[in-house]
Design a protein around this ligand. Structure first.
Ligand code: FES
Length: 148
């Protein structure tokens, strides 16, 4: 008896054998519902966007500036200025001088001394590049700091 005659006698076709063999290849661990992995927070392309309450922030009320999320936020009159707080020289934190509205690098190391203006532009080295400036929007006592 030839194969096709044998299969015909069993009532099977070649197609049903293919389906049967495919079903056999599927393990019990397979599921019709796809699983999802744990999402990771993208680091590239993520924009800064947070708010702080300026009326309850003790740094702002006592010294006029604070650092949050590596951003220095300074009150200048009724305006707020937000710059990256990381000095472009060697990464020391910036401070704020309300007397001349500038952002000197931390003065803990006498060999340093970079200063940035309210736009983040370097006005004094040794830093060779500017720091990033962020947008601010005040609604009541809630200050939003964000990248446009
Ligand atoms: S780290 Fe700011 S001047 Fe050196």
């Amino acid at each position: 008896m030839e194969r096709k005659d044998f299969l015909a006698a069993l009532g099977l076709s070649a197609g049903s054998l293919v389906i049967t063999s495919c079903l056999g290849a599927c393990g019990k661990g397979d599921s019709a519902t796809p699983t999802t992995g744990t999402p990771t927070t993208p680091t590239n392309g993520t924009k800064v966007d947070f708010t702080l309450n300026v009326s309850t922030n003790s740094d702002i009320s006592t010294k006029g500036w604070t650092i949050m999320n590596s951003i220095i936020i300074a009150k200048n009159g009724s305006n707020y200025i937000a710059l990256s707080s990381v000095c472009t020289h060697q990464g020391n934190p910036l401070t704020y001088n309300s007397g001349n509205n500038t952002f000197p690098c931390s003065l803990t190391d006498a060999a340093h001394g970079s200063v940035f203006d309210s736009n983040g532009t370097k006005t004094q080295g040794p830093a060779t590049s500017n720091v990033k400036k962020y947008s601010t929007a005040l609604t009541g006592t809630s200050l939003r700091v964000f990248e446009a």
